[in-house]
Design a protein around this ligand. Structure first.
Ligand code: ZN
Length: 235
């Protein structure tokens, strides 16, 4: 199995990686939807509520308290999967990464062509004047982070009730539909828009790496029900 994957990777110069929360759990960032993840924690409001646009607008200070405490993981470092994906891009083998994660770890690892479907905590903009702020501005502020103009500085992440960026979606679809190998890692593919996106892949080298089986295992050409680190450390 792993030898087949190595052979495919060796021969290809058009690999696309589609990643979910499982890519980042090995960097110590909890999976939103796992049994012990964010969605099962006790908080004053349900986490789904606290990461919604409505909550952001109506309970802005609570949103940022929660955001700083549970969403930002600024000490997290890229793990072996991020590092190997950077190597593959450097070698001209990997064409794109499409990720559901907002931690920015792929770009921190050095990858250039990363489509962040849900945005990135690393980008933050004033809602009034659009001035850019580093994530430290959010992390180090108390209450609602403000711009020097007085506006609220909002993270460039897609909250519940907000739409995805059209250009990022189109680029992701293009990369996936043109890919020779599509490697899907660390996602159960239950979450919109993951399942829809992978339907654009028409090749015969669909690789699924996820600790738990997914509903898509039967569609994949290679399935590894183990950790991403195990697989990528062998590539
Ligand atoms: Zn401003």
């Amino acid at each position: 199995m792993i030898s087949k994957l190595k052979e495919w990777v060796e021969e290809s110069n058009n690999i696309v990686f589609f990643g979910g929360a499982g890519v980042s759990t090995e960097s110590g960032i909890p999976d939103f939807r796992s049994k012990d993840g964010l969605y099962n924690m006790k908080y004053k409001f349900p986490p789904e509520t606290m990461v919604s646009r409505t909550f952001f607008s109506t309970n802005t200070e609570d949103f940022f308290d929660f955001y700083r405490e549970k969403i930002l993981h600024l000490s997290a470092k890229p793990n072996i999967t991020h590092t190997k994906l950077f190597e593959l891009e450097t070698k001209g083998k990997l064409k794109a990464i499409v990720t559901q994660n907002i931690d920015g770890l792929h770009t921190l690892a050095g990858n250039k062509n990363v489509y962040e479907l849900h945005g990135s905590v690393k980008r933050n903009y004033c809602m009034s004047c659009n001035k850019f702020y580093e994530v430290e501005h959010i992390a180090n502020s108390k209450g609602v982070p403000k711009c020097e103009c007085g506006g609220i500085v909002k993270p460039d992440v897609v909250l519940f009730e907000e739409g995805l960026d059209n250009a990022i979606m189109e680029n992701s679809i293009k990369a996936i539909s043109e890919a020779d190998i599509l490697i899907i890692g660390g996602t159960s593919l239950n979450v919109y828009p993951a399942a829809g996106l992978i339907n654009y892949y028409g090749g015969k080298k669909l690789v699924l790496i996820n600790k738990a089986p997914t509903g898509f295992d039967s569609k994949a050409n290679l399935v590894f029900n183990e950790s991403l680190g195990n697989i990528f450390s062998q590539l």
